[in-house]
Design a binder for this molecule. Structure first.
Ligand code: C2E
Ligand code: CA
Ligand code: CA
Length: 399
């Protein structure tokens, strides 16, 4: 732990000293401290930290705001969140940080103790080890995207969505993949945002949707039918030509609109609300399914959701992952499912990786399950094989 560069932020002198002492006891030597968020921010902008231990309640700038800044400006590799307030609040701030891409090593009630701290800091190692190597590549440029589009490097993988009860293949989600001959595989997390910033997202979306529809047509010709879900960027929702274009292309490929679901993230629905909702309402009128994606990672409430003409609610991995062992998370999830059902939305749990979580979700009446536990995203030609072998096996194992 000696090499770790750590910053403790707490307005109470006693608590701060206590945390610093604990850090020293477990062998952290590169320590700094600050008594409020704004001072911490000044320090971090001068020199980044590996880990920041943040108290939530502080004057001048509180921990919630500080964490947002740390995430947005990438000022630390991870945070540990402390508070004397209720655990639900602490854990929801944790969810917020992770939604912003900032790993949270622990969310603890005060006082912090040695074991918790050591255990939290240990995770930093696995964080680096686990990190997808493609994430460490330099950012792609707008020109790279142009080349990828023209050269056919961009394609789609498909991840199955199964019914929780009968393990029927209800649909697949199409996920963008970029196989670059030089740079290797580039994840959508790296290039979607770049395309959005450089005005390339509409071209990209159209290119990918055409691939999805072509694929769907091929499956249809082979007599297999399931829904295909496609991700739309929030920016596309502001494009007035989008709806007619999607409807026309879908019809051209001989596909019924009800066989296609368009996914938009919860956060997309908070900004430009009026125009987004108009686009979604028009798509819905034409018969397309509409899924609210990443639900639980942002701040939409039930009332806002009820205004969206959606058919499906996709519960974010942050709420789903490890839910079987986290009672508070389970309560939030259970409420979410009940609310979705009151709004007549089909629920989908994303990012299911463990058998225990799968069993619990089934028990909580979540209709559809998606996640590595059932299947990872795969190329189109693997999917048929997966249906014949792996899916049959899953049905035996999980009956
Ligand atoms: P998303 O829409 O939330 O997609 C689900 C992501 O979770 C996918 O990452 C998928 O591979 C991953 N995933 C699925 N099951 C599990 C699991 O059990 N555990 C874990 N850890 N991860 C799981 P992917 O493919 O890297 O895509 C990342 C995001 O990029 C997507 O998140 C979506 O927001 C965006 N994206 C992907 N394809 C497109 C696209 O064609 N257009 C747009 N606009 N965005 C896209
Ligand atoms: Ca999605
Ligand atoms: Ca999602």
């Amino acid at each position: 732990m000696g090499e770790l560069n750590l910053l403790v932020v707490d307005d109470s002198d006693v608590q701060r000293k206590f945390a610093l002492d604990l850090c020293r006891t477990i062998g952290v030597s590169r320590l700094r401290d600050a008594s409020n968020g704004s001072l911490a921010l000044d320090q971090l902008r001068q020199q980044h930290a590996d880990v920041v231990i943040v108290d939530l309640e502080m004057p001048v700038m509180d921990g919630v705001e500080l964490i947002r800044h740390i995430a947005k400006e990438s000022l630390a590799r991870a945070v540990i969140i402390l508070s004397s307030k209720d655990p639900v609040l602490i854990s929801s701030v944790g969810t917020m940080a992770e939604a912003d891409g900032l790993p949270v090593l622990g969310t603890f009630n005060k006082p912090l103790n040695q074991d918790l701290l050591r255990c939290g800091l240990k995770q930093l190692g696995s964080l680096t080890a686990q990190k997808d190597p493609s994430q460490r590549l330099e950012e792609v440029t707008a020109d790279d995207i142009g080349v990828a589009l023209r050269s056919g490097y961009l394609t789609l993988y498909y991840q199955p969505k199964l019914t929780a009860k009968g393990l029927l293949l209800k649909g697949v989600e199409a996920l963008a993949r970029w196989h670059d001959p030089v740079k290797g595989t580039i994840s959508p997390a790296q290039f979607i945002a770049v395309a959005e910033r450089h005005g390339l997202i509409d071209v990209l979306t159209r290119h990918l949707l055409e691939i999805a529809l072509q694929q769907k047509q091929q499956w249809q010709r082979r007599g297999v039918s399931f829904n295909v879900a496609f991700n739309l960027s929030p920016l596309s929702l502001a494009d007035p030509a989008l709806v007619d274009w999607i409807a026309k292309l879908t019809a051209q490929y001989g596909i019924a609109s009800g066989e296609i679901t368009l996914e938009v993230t919860e956060n997309a629905l908070l900004g430009e609300l009026a125009s987004s909702i108009q686009t979604l309402a028009r798509l819905r009128l034409k018969g397309f399914g509409i899924a609210i994606d990443d639900y639980g990672s942002g701040f939409a409430n039930a009332q806002q959701l009820s205004r969206v003409p959606a058919t499906e609610l996709k519960i974010d991995r942050a709420l789903v992952h490890n839910v079987a062992t986290r009672p508070q998370q389970r309560t939030i999830l259970q409420n979410t499912v009940e609310m979705a059902h009151q709004l007549q939305l089909v629920t989908v749990a994303e990012g299911v990786e463990h058998r225990e979580d799968f069993d619990l979700l089934r028990q909580l009446n979540v209709e559809l399950i998606q996640g590595y536990f059932l299947a990872k995203p795969m190329p189109a030609d693997k999917l048929m094989q997966w249906m014949q072998t792996d899916l049959a096996q899953l049905r035996k194992d999980l009956r």
